[in-house]
Write a protein that binds this ligand. Sequence first.
Ligand SMILES: [Zn+2]
Length: 179
Amino acid sequence: MKKCLICSTPVKWIKFKCADGYVCKQCYEKVSANFTQTIKTKTKEELLAMLKDAQSEPAGTSFEISRKINQLIFFDDKNQQICLPNHKKYTKENLKPEIYSFTEISNCQVVEEQIERLVKKKQQQLGSIKVVLSLENETREIWLIPNYINRDSMAYKTMRSLAANIVAEIKQSKEDVAC
Ligand SMILES: [Zn+2]
């Protein structure tokens, strides 16, 4: 019976051919970067080198979503970290998704700005809302209402309570780490 070149498990129906023989599904997953590369022309030596690379990937880069608040922020309770998806809609700048540990967050707060403006001949109270995260060496802003809108509108009220939720959940997460 044929055996996997890498782990020596007997391979039956599900096997993947490489230059020197066959590889089982489990090993193939590892040496093909999660089934994204073919191994047909790869030698055993090359596959072993790829396996080593796959296993030496830095730990701690994985993120498991335990909780989230819309698409604004994700929490990973197991690894005690948050992810800011940084959708352009909420950042006002181009950022890739970022991961921070709970302990890196030194402060977070809701910041509302308020102005008065004449809209359709009526004096209106307008506002913007963001959550400001203070991290060790930088600050991040999650914009919930980037452009001033009427403070009495439903959208404004919804976003204000979302902002408050974000702050409450971050503070709670930090406290859970502390004890
Ligand atoms: Zn194998």
